[in-house]
Design a protein around this ligand. Structure first.
Ligand code: AMP
Length: 281
């Protein structure tokens, strides 16, 4: 496995692999790897001849009062996990390499980035689409793997790829959870033991909401209220949003039909966690 930190070297490696006719799989991460990331990597290694994983904590997707500085980092551990998983190249550029002085260009997907996480994190998706666009241009993957954990992100990225006629396929991979249901996240490390226990309420109440829908409930407002009551009963939980939207276009809906996304963001102390479930009826 090679560790690459310049765009030029990364492009040269891609060029020679493409010339040999190899298929390139790509997994974008901010590092501090866990089983969720590795599930994407495994899929890429399975599907492609050559897998690149990027490790880059992208400053443009963090708000001014967010956790960019203290976002967990452990490059040594990440490299050994990546190598064991069969990754060919870890691309870990510096911030200056990705955003040199006088950097001016941003990519923005409209409307669907202003709701859910986009409402509480203004500018977040503009940072995500910009960095992912840059990474796609550098790595030129045939397939790029993203987790359903960040459900809105994957819908926004699919929209970007379609709208900008990009030559790659985005593959969505299922959410990997801890044994007690908590969705794996690099940010889980911030939780103290009380918050960690409380956070189980997120997946627990989402699974219960899914059950209510399976039993025939079709009213979105009732599902949202159920979740808010359940989560609100946890003393340490502070709800950012709970929403039921259409599963393909993130449209506001009143009645559940087809594929729907139940998505939420909740704070436990200083830590903001997201989770979601896709339900088909
Ligand atoms: P991050 O490092 O948090 O930016 O995540 C990098 C990629 O891993 C994104 O596509 C995430 O959706 C995905 N990911 C993070 N956590 C999980 C998880 N628990 N299950 C599946 N995919 C995940």
């Amino acid at each position: 496995m090679r560790l690459v930190d310049t765009i030029n070297e990364m492009k040269a490696i891609i060029k020679s692999n493409r010339a040999m006719g190899k298929t390139i799989g790509f997994v974008a991460t901010m590092g501090y790897l866990h089983e969720g990331h590795l599930s994407l990597v495994n899929r890429s290694v399975q599907d492609n001849d050559f897998t690149v994983v990027s490790i880059f904590v992208n400053p443009t997707q963090f708000g001014p009062n967010e956790d960019f500085e203290k976002y967990p980092r452990d490059m040594e551990r990440d490299l050994s996990l990546a190598e064991a998983a069969g990754v060919d190249v870890v691309f870990a550029p510096s911030v200056a390499e990705m955003y040199p002085e006088k950097y001016k260009t941003y990519v923005n997907v409209e409307d669907i980035t202003g709701i859910l996480c986009g409402q509480s994190r203004p500018g977040h998706f503009r940072g995500v689409t910009t960095v992912v666009n840059k990474l796609f241009n550098i790595i030129e993957p045939h397939k790029a793997y993203f987790g359903q954990k960040d459900a809105q992100q994957v819908i926004v990225l699919k929209k970007m790829v379609r709208d900008l006629n990009m030559n790659l396929e985005i593959v969505t991979c299922p959410i990997i959870r801890e044994a007690d249901g908590l969705a794996m996240s690099s940010r889980n490390v911030y939780l103290n033991s009380e918050e960690r226990k409380s956070a189980i309420i997120l997946s627990k109440s989402l699974f219960e909401a899914e059950e209510l829908i399976k039993q025939g409930e079709r009213n979105c407002a009732k599902i949202v209220q159920y979740l808010k009551d359940k989560i609100g009963s946890e003393a340490l939980a502070e709800i950012d949003y709970v929403e039921v939207v259409s599963g393909d276009g993130l449209e506001v809906i009143e009645q559940i039909s087809g594929s729907v996304l139940i998505a939420l963001a909740v704070r436990f102390g200083k830590t903001r966690l997201i989770d979601n479930i896709m339900v088909e009826v």
